[in-house]
Design a protein around this ligand. Structure first.
Ligand SMILES: [Zn+2]
Ligand SMILES: [Zn+2]
Length: 273
């Protein structure tokens, strides 16, 4: 089984509200079939939805809170009712202090799974510049990023962690010794929290030019029995399944033989590939 469990249904980032549709979902499914992907999961950014506006302190997010959650959820559910192999997810930014509100807000919707992402740390953007790695020394940026990721794992809000070592996106790295320690400490926390990690091909198309996560981090997760999902992080139909063969190759290399499939926030393992 091959899944692609991270993609965005929204079109260009022009700030206008979207009409989400099952027909648009079908375009993603068409590309998935061509790419040999059996099932896809949509994971729109949580901050696109106006219902979440009161949660955010970051001005960056407030500009994006334009869409209606029901429109997004309705489009994916409609596609499901057409018999398409799609799952309903959401890519949710982790911030400390809003866990309870966020949990309450998301509870009424029929999610198959929720991804936890750390895109901001202490007010600094992780995946934009100037950002976290420009404002802080590399070691400090990495320490803080992974502390937030561990807290995201422990929050109980999420089923899987997106692009788990996103902090490397611009190729700025902590020392080898520090990185080793952060990988081990974070894999321990992920195991204890009982969440999955994503093996994502998105990093291949970022300045770092590598899969997320680093091989030693994925090895540490595998040693602890942490399950995986697979991700392209496509923002348009053409990118569904892109470079998943590389993600699967890494997963196999470190010993993974199964991939996680979610259904109504319950997970099971299926043979990988
Ligand atoms: Zn993300
Ligand atoms: Zn994403």
């Amino acid at each position: 089984m091959i899944v692609d469990y991270h993609m965005h249904l929204r079109e260009a980032e022009d700030g206008l509200p979207r009409t989400y549709s099952a027909d648009r979902v079908e375009e993603y499914v068409g590309q998935a079939r061509q790419a040999g992907v059996d099932e896809i999961g949509f994971t729109e950014h949580v901050f696109h939805f106006r219902e979440t506006r009161e949660l955010w302190e970051i001005p960056f997010f407030l500009d994006f809170c334009t869409d209606a959650l029901d429109d997004y959820v309705g489009a994916v559910e409609e596609a499901k009712s057409r018999g398409l192999p799609v799952k309903l997810g959401l890519e949710v930014d982790y911030f400390p202090g809003i866990e309870a509100q966020l949990g309450e807000l998301l509870a009424p919707y029929p999610w198959d799974y929720l991804l936890g992402s750390v895109h901001f740390v202490d007010g600094f953007q992780v995946d934009g510049r100037p950002g976290l790695v420009d404002k802080l020394p590399a070691g400090e940026a990495w320490r803080r990023y992974f502390a937030w990721l561990r807290n995201a794992a422990r929050s109980g809000l999420f089923d899987a962690l997106s692009h788990p070592d996103l902090v490397k996106i611009f190729g700025v790295r902590a020392s080898d010794e520090e990185t080793h320690y952060l990988h081990v400490e974070t894999a321990d926390a992920i195991e204890a929290a009982g969440v999955c990690v994503e093996v994502s091909a998105a990093g291949l198309h970022k300045p770092v030019g590598e899969l997320y996560p680093d091989r030693p981090f994925l090895e540490a997760c595998h040693e602890r029995g942490v399950p995986i999902t697979l991700a392209s992080d496509a923002h348009e139909p053409a990118h569904v399944g892109r470079d998943l063969d590389e993600a699967i190759g890494l997963a196999r290399d470190v010993g993974y033989e199964t991939v996680t499939v979610f259904d109504a926030r319950k997970r099971r393992q299926e043979p990988l590939g």
